[in-house]
Each structure stands twice: as structure tokens, then as C-alpha cells.
Design a binder for this molecule. Structure first.
Ligand code: COA
Length: 206
């Protein structure tokens, strides 16, 4: 099994939407994702893809036939995704989710850390995000990377009038954090065997 971090493409949207609908109320629309991926100049959308060998064909004749017909021997699964807006020196996490059946496997953290790295590469002064006051799991992830509560946005979520915490992390003004983050990020990628084609790269035109 191997893991790949890469920019989100339009073709990923059906898989993203399957996770989105199980993760958020209300979900973003497929059209919003299409805009973020193909039109927004601020957006840096990321996916984490897991590649696993498909079950080998038991029948040797079928196996030979598959090889002859160039049928794929590996299947890709989208296991997490995230959105980053980079505007005027601010890295803003717009969304993040991991596959509901694969939570607590480190996938959300990989995507989150990749967006921090992307923000550093882009030259962000600081990062910001909003999170439901009830979403303790996500807050634990953000605190793990040094995000603190900067303020409360009352009634931020219209569907149930829940407040949001405005969480932030200075980057450029804290070179020690950035230095430590680089070491930590390299170790994280190595521990999960991740190929990162996202965080240091340039957006590819759709
Ligand atoms: C938030 C979310 C992306 C976390 O993804 P994940 O793949 O489950 O998280 P990871 O396995 O990478 O966990 C990384 C860290 O996050 C924290 N964490 C994640 N889920 C947690 C939970 N349910 N309870 C406590 N801590 C949690 C822990 O600090 C964890 O580190 P640890 O394993 O060393 O304890 C995932 O729960 C999700 O998709 N939730 C629904 C969508 C959502 O709420 N997005 C956030 C919107 S602001």
C-alpha cells in the first residue's frame, strides 16, 4: 500500500462528494468543488490517495489474460482531502475531511500538515480556520499543530446556529515553529511512506 498527496482534479469530485456527504451538514456542492479546483486562483485543494494492489486473480489463465489486456493491478482510493485558500499572506483552511470508515488512521493529519507546508512554501504570515465549538476531534488535530483559539464567531453555522472558534497559527513571525514543523513534516511523510506531490508544487491548470 502506498499514499500519494496531490492536487485535487475535477475527476476526483465524485469521490470527494461521497466523503463530503457523510462528513458535513450541510455539505458543499459538487459545483463549489469544481469552482475551487478549476477557477479559483486562491485555492490549493489537496487529496490523499491510497494505492493498494487489487486481489490477484486466482485462475492463472485469467491472471495471464489480465496482464495481456493491461488491466490495472492496483486500485486507488481517495482517503482524505482538504482545501486551502492563500490570500494576502493568509493561509485559510477552507475544509478538511477524512473517509468516515478510515478515521483515526493519520489521514486527516497528513492532509492538514500538507496544507501547513503548502502555506509555508507560499510565504504565509499565518494560518486561520473556523471550527464548530462542539467539534472536539478536529480541534485536537489543530492544537496538535499549535493552533490556538483567537476568538469566537457567534452563530457562524446557520443550519443550527452553532458558534465557531476562530483558530490561528502564526508562521512567518515564529521561525522556530517553522523549523520544527519542517522536521516534523518530513518525519510524518516518512512514517506513512507518503509521496508528496502537493505541498511544494505548483497548481496544475485543469
Ligand atoms: C477532523 C478529521 C479530518 C480528523 O481526521 P482523522 O483522519 O480522523 O484524524 P487523524 O487520525 O489524522 O488524527 C490526527 C490527530 O487529530 C486528533 N484527533 C482526530 N480525531 C480525533 C477524535 N475523534 N478525538 C480526539 N482527537 C482526535 C488527535 O490529536 C490525532 O492525533 P493522535 O492520533 O496522535 O491522537 C475527521 O474527523 C473528519 O473528517 N471529520 C469530519 C469533518 C470535519 O469535522 N472536519 C473539520 C471541519 S473544521
Amino acid at each position: 500500500m502506498s499514499l500519494l498527496l496531490r492536487y485535487m482534479h475535477l475527476q476526483d469530485i465524485p469521490d470527494v462528494m461521497a466523503i463530503e456527504h457523510r462528513s458535513f451538514t450541510p455539505p458543499w456542492s459538487a459545483r463549489s468543488y469544481a469552482y475551487e479546483v478549476s477557477q479559483s486562483t486562491y485555492s490549493h485543494m489537496v487529496v490523499l490517495e491510497q494505492t493498494a494492489p487489487l486481489a490477484p486473480a486466482v485462475n492463472p489463465i485469467r491472471r495471464a489474460w489480465s496482464r495481456l489486456m493491461h488491466h490495472p493491478t492496483h486500485g486507488q482510493t481517495l482517503v482524505a482531502y482538504g482545501g486551502l485558500w492563500f490570500i494576502n499572506g493568509e493561509g485559510h483552511i477552507s475544509t478538511i475531511a477524512s473517509h468516515p470508515d478510515l478515521r483515526r488512521s493519520g489521514f486527516g493529519e497528513l492532509v492538514f500538515a500538507a496544507m501547513i507546508h503548502r502555506s509555508i512554501v507560499l510565504g504565509a504570515q499565518y494560518m486561520v480556520l473556523e471550527v464548530r465549538v462542539s467539534n472536539l476531534g478536529a480541534q485536537a488535530l489543530y492544537r496538535k499543530y499549535g493552533f490556538d483559539i483567537h476568538g469566537v464567531k457567534p452563530n457562524y453555522y446557520q443550519q443550527n446556529h452553532e458558534d465557531a472558534y476562530d483558530m490561528r497559527r502564526p508562521l512567518a513571525s515564529d521561525p522556530a515553529y517553522v523549523r520544527d514543523f519542517h522536521v516534523r513534516y518530513r518525519a510524518l511523510l516518512a512514517a506513512h511512506g507518503v509521496n508528496d506531490q502537493y505541498s511544494a508544487g505548483r497548481p496544475e491548470p485543469e
